[in-house]
Write a protein that binds this ligand. Structure first.
Ligand code: NAP
Length: 290
């Protein structure tokens, strides 16, 4: 028997569009006032089809926003030293304001060493140790884009995490862990769940704010959602399916992100916003946009 949807949709696509429009206007203003156009460098090692597609999308969205796209494509045989040298050159290049190294790199490369070659002020993807430390100390810095997008969505829908129980399912360095840290900084009481969590449903049932970042289609069942909860589905699985069983969850949640059109579009919007912010700071405009 199908039940009625009670949840309000969180329109990430609409919010992302507005953020991109704002970044576009800001990029044009920086270009006008400084004579320099914000520039995002993308670095891709090898030719993994998914990575090629992601990078192509990021480049074309940057260009549409009036951000120069510089691309460095390296063969799959690139060594750690060669990749570090290429990224160091971008870090030292005054015409480059943001650097994105597409993850994953081939397994023979020391990925951490490569990320650490990104100058912190150009780390618009928020993946260096310096950015991570700033995040955990509550200091200014760039945040990983998907977690940053999730926090902006909560803000947009007037969800104040303070005092609420946020349950994050997933603890990856790019998504689960940092989103939990951002929620903690926003005064939520945070529980992390992962593959070793026993009795996940009982944890999910306690969530006022649930973030699903697992990478398993329809993994979170509606019957476990607390009535009225805010459900953020960061999952993106083949066939445009999230980590939450949307149909059943939407009959219990108060707010829910759809897949597609929820968290997904926010990631690239935050990337562009942080690139423009990085350019503004490097070009002497110390006003942060946020
Ligand atoms: P990941 O690195 O594979 O991490 C998955 C996390 O889920 C891990 O922490 C893992 O626990 C946990 N997990 C796996 N099986 C579990 C289970 N049975 N019960 C509880 N926890 C379990 O994935 P990710 O990169 O964080 O991505 C997660 C999802 O978000 C994917 O669907 C991905 O496509 C999506 N994503 C979307 C965007 C976007 O732009 N919208 C960006 C990034 C990722 P352990 O740590 O114990 O292994």
């Amino acid at each position: 028997m199908s039940q009625t949807q009670t949840a309000r949709l969180m329109d990430g696509a609409g919010l992302a569009r507005r953020i991109v429009e704002h970044s576009t206007a800001r990029a044009a203003q920086i270009t006008r006032e400084s004579g320099t156009t914000p520039c995002l460098a993308t670095v891709l090692v090898g030719d993994d089809p998914a990575s090629v597609t992601y990078v192509r999308m990021k480049r074309s969205r940057s260009e549409k926003a009036g951000i120069v796209s510089r691309h460095v494509a390296l063969p799959a045989t690139t060594t750690t030293a060669e990749l570090v040298a290429a990224i160091t050159a971008l870090s030292q290049d005054p015409e480059v304001h943001g650097i994105l190294l597409q993850h994953p790199v081939p397994s023979h490369i020391d990925e951490r060493a490569a990320f650490e070659a990104i100058a912190p002020e150009k780390d618009v993807d928020g993946l260096t140790l310096s950015s991570f430390a700033a995040l955990s100390f509550g200091l200014p810095g760039f945040v990983p884009c998907t977690p940053g997008g999730i926090m902006r969505l909560l803000e947009e829908y007037d969800v104040d995490p303070a005092g609420r129980h946020a349950v994050v399912v997933g603890r990856s360095a790019i998504l689960g862990k940092p989103v939990g840290m951002l929620l903690l900084a926003a005064n939520a009481t945070v529980t992390y769940c992962h593959s070793r969590t026993t009795d996940l449903p009982s944890m999910v049932r306690q969530a006022d704010i649930l973030v699903a970042a697992v990478g398993r289609p329809r993994f979170i069942r509606g019957e476990d959602i607390k009535p009225g909860a805010v459900v953020i589905d960061a999952g993106y699985n083949p066939g445009n399916v999230g980590d939450v069983d949307f149909e059943s969850a939407a009959t219990r949640a108060g707010l829910i992100t759809p897949v597609p059109g929820g968290v997904g579009p926010m990631t690239i919007a935050v990337l562009l916003a942080q690139t423009v912010d990085a350019a503004a700071r490097q070009l002497g405009d110390l006003r942060s946009d946020r």
